[in-house]
Design a protein around this ligand. Structure first.
Ligand code: UD1
Length: 346
């Protein structure tokens, strides 16, 4: 065993995939999750894949005393990956204080507890949303692109979180941190045992698409085809969730093995390929043979037109590269949707 890693939000979408990858290379995982947007069965499904049951504590990271008790119970935690957060952009506009509480207070709690419990490294889930809509000259976007004003309270929480981490590390705390800025994570584990399961009507493109293909939703609305892009729809960098999960393992090892030169590093996690919404629908139909009924509707407020990553810094310095194709990734999302039907969940 290489030691214990605390994964907050480990029953969630990216957290569950990361848990499996950590276990695969010999880390012991302790999951903390309040199950506000995930299900307890995820713990069973992680065990089905890895053969190892992660420790699970149903705790809300807003509760500092309860978190402290987790550190005491599972002594010797070496690293933390902090996923637990709220992430629906639209909801954040309706309920900003919920987002400021859930996305900021737990971070402060954890950063305060880390030195007390001698935790060595902290990986933070950030988002390409911190770049806003980069100027054309800054596409594909690198880690040094300007941070632009956030277009939603959700986006603002990620910017504030990054500043909190920066200031904390600057104050010479006895741990290192790596901030990972995700582009658009999609797909599911190849076993179809874990995947993305949003509550209610999905806000994100791929869960809505797979539910439409399944007949759960009548049709997919494509938000705008009048953007200044080759086919008029928005462009994103869709990254396979298992590729993304593996980057977290590399980040943890980098900190725990003292490979990082700086105490705080930032990496863009993307493929380097921009794919439009319409191209994504075509790729899904091609790789699954399943038709997706869709219609073009008005633009969605707050959407940016186009963004994709320059992943060279992550490739060269972190030593991580996204390898999965978009076709295989979309097929995995479909297999997961089929599994949800088989389990009578959706
Ligand atoms: C958004 C956030 C991102 C956040 C992520 C997490 C912004 C700019 N982006 O990503 O920071 O980490 O959510 O949830 O705040 N689309 C449709 N029809 C749909 C759904 C989406 O056409 O039913 C389009 C959107 O207009 C967009 C693309 O698909 O162009 C991707 O949308 P989505 O999956 O919601 O992700 P982002 O908005 O890129």
């Amino acid at each position: 065993m290489k030691g214990k890693i605390l994964v907050t939000g480990g029953a969630g979408y990216i957290g569950s995939h990361t848990t499996v990858e950590l276990q695969a290379v010999g880390y012991e995982v302790v999951i903390v999750d309040n199950l506000s947007n995930s299900r307890a069965e995820v713990i069973d499904n992680i065990e089905k894949i890895s053969g190892i049951r992660p420790a699970f504590e149903q705790v809300d990271c807003n509760d500092k005393a309860a978190l402290d008790a987790v550190f005491k119970k599972h002594s010797g935690i070496r690293g933390i990956i902090h996923f637990a957060a709220s992430k629906a952009v639209g909801e954040s506009v309706e309920k900003p204080l919920l987002y400021y509480r859930n996305n900021i207070v737990p971070l402060v709690n954890i950063l305060e507890l880390m030195p007390i419990h001698k935790v060595e490294g902290f990986v933070f889930s950030s988002s390409c949303t911190v770049y806003g809509q980069p100027d054309a000259k800054n596409l594909p976007v690198t880690e040094t692109a300007p941070i632009l004003p956030a277009t939603s309270p959700y986006g603002n929480t990620k910017q504030i979180d990054e500043e909190i981490i920066r200031d904390t590390i600057h104050a010479s705390v006895p741990f290192k941190s790596i901030i990972l800025r995700y582009f658009n994570p999609i797909g599911a584990h190849p076993t179809a045992e874990i995947g993305e399961l949003p509550n209610g009507v999905p806000q994100n493109l791929v869960p809505f698409l797979t539910q439409t293909a399944m007949g759960i939703r009548k049709e997919l609305s494509v938000f705008g085809n009048d953007y200044s892009t080759p086919d008029g729809s928005c462009i994103r960098d869709f990254i396979n969730v298992v590729d993304l999960a593996k980057a977290h393992v590399v980040a943890v090892e980098r900190m725990l093995n003292n490979k990082s030169k700086a105490n705080l590093e930032y990496f863009n996690l993307g493929t380097g390929r921009g794919v439009s919404v319409l191209e994504l629908i075509n790729a899904f139909e091609k790789s699954t043979g399943v038709k997706v009924p869709y219609k073009i509707v008005a633009r969605r407020e707050g959407d940016i037109e186009q963004i994709w990553a320059n992943p060279r810094y992550a490739n060269e310095v972190l030593g991580w590269t996204a390898v999965e194709t978009i076709e295989d990734t979309l097929k995995s999302a479909w297999d997961w949707q089929l599994k949800l039907r088989e389990r009578k969940i959706m």
